[in-house]
Design a protein around this ligand. Structure first.
Ligand code: A2H
Length: 253
C-alpha cells in the first residue's frame, strides 16, 4: 500500500431485488439498465465463498451509467476513477442516475458471481472506508477476518444493526486450504488473536496481514475450476475467468 497503484478486481454483483428504501429512490431513474453493485477486491480467487456484500451506512453511493445497458453502484470518487480508466463511458465523463445513502442499500439482494451462493444480501460494516476502492466490499468470511468478525457481530446484534437475521444466515464455505490454519483461516485467526468485535481494528489488521500472506504463499484452492492449484497460480486465472464471463473488470487506484 502507498507505493504505486493498487490493482483491484471490480466484481459486478447484479441487483436482483432492491430494498424498499432503495427501490423508492431508484423508481424509474435507471431506464432499462441492469444495475450492479461493484466491489473492489484483492482476492478474486476467494469469490467462490462470498456470503454477503458490505456497505458503509454513512457513505453516499451513486448509481452511475456505465453505458446504455448497465449502471454501477459505487462512490462518486470511484465513478470518477472508472471514467478516467475507460470503464464507464463516455471517457472522463460521468452520469449519475440516482443517489443512494448506504443505509438504504441494506437488505438489497444481489447475485454473487462464481459463489456457491447464487444470491446474497447487502449488510452494514462499520469499517468500510469511503476513500478506498468502490466503497462496496464482498464478504468472504472463510478468508477475511474483517468479514468473518462482522458476520459474527451482525448475528449477535441484528436489532442494533437493523437487519433481518435471515440476511446473515449463510455460513462460511471453505475455499482455500492452508497448512497452518486449515480451510477456514479467518475463523482460526479471529480465535487465536482473541478478536471480540469489528471494533478491534488493531488485532484485525494483524489477522488480515497473516491471512493474506498465508493464503497467497501457502494456500491451495479446494473448490472451483482451479481446485488443487496453489493460490499463487489460481489467483489470476480466477480473475481472468471472471473478466471473460463479463462479471468483473480490472480497476486501479
Ligand atoms: B478484500 P487494501 Cl477474502 N473499506 O476482498 C474497507 N475495506 C475495503 C474497502 C473499503 N472501502 N474496499 C475493499 N476493501 C477490502 C476479499 C478479501 C479481502 C479477502 C481477504 C482479505 C482481503 C473479500 N472481502 O483484504 O487496503 C477488500 O477485501 C485484505 C487485504 O487495498 C479488499 O480485498 O489492501 C481489501 O480490503 C483491499 O485492502
Amino acid at each position: 500500500e502507498g507505493v504505486g497503484p493498487q490493482e483491484y478486481t471490480g466484481v459486478k454483483m447484479e441487483v436482483v431485488q432492491w430494498s424498499p428504501e432503495a427501490e423508492a429512490l431508484i423508481s424509474n431513474k435507471v431506464g432499462n439498465r441492469k444495475v450492479f453493485l461493484v466491489a473492489a477486491t484483492l482476492r478474486p480467487e476467494t469469490m467462490y465463498g462470498q456470503t454477503n456484500c458490505f456497505v458503509g451506512t454513512g457513505i453516499k453511493y451513486g448509481v452511475f451509467a456505465a453505458n446504455d445497458q448497465e449502471a454501477y453502484v459505487v462512490t462518486l470518487r470511484a465513478a470518477r476513477n472508472m471514467a478516467f480508466q475507460g470503464i464507464i463511458t463516455p471517457r472522463g465523463n460521468i452520469e449519475k442516475l440516482a443517489e443512494l445513502p448506504g443505509a438504504t442499500l441494506i437488505g438489497t439482494k444481489i447475485k454473487a458471481p462464481f459463489s456457491v451462493n447464487p444470491e446474497v444480501y447487502v449488510l452494514p460494516m462499520e469499517n468500510v472506508l469511503a476513500t478506498k476502492g468502490t466503497g462496496v466490499v464482498t464478504s468472504v468470511p472463510s478468508d477475511s477476518p474483517d468479514d468473518y468478525q462482522t458476520l459474527l457481530d451482525l448475528r449477535k446484534k441484528p436489532e442494533f444493526y437493523k437487519i433481518d437475521p435471515s440476511w446473515a444466515a449463510l455460513d462460511p464455505t471453505p475455499v482455500i486450504e492452508t497448512p497452518t490454519y486449515g480451510n477456514l483461516i479467518a475463523a482460526a485467526l479471529v480465535k487465536k488473536l482473541k478478536i471480540q468485535s469489528q471494533k478491534d481494528t488493531k488485532q484485525l489488521a494483524e489477522a488480515k496481514e497473516i491471512t493474506y500472506k498465508e493464503g497467497f504463499y501457502n494456500g491451495t484452492m479446494i473448490i472451483g475450476e482451479f481446485k488443487g492449484e496453489p493460490v499463487q497460480e489460481a489467483k489470476n486465472k480466477v480473475r481472468d475467468a471472471m473478466i471473460k464471463a463479463g462479471l468483473a473488470f480490472p480497476y486501479a487506484e
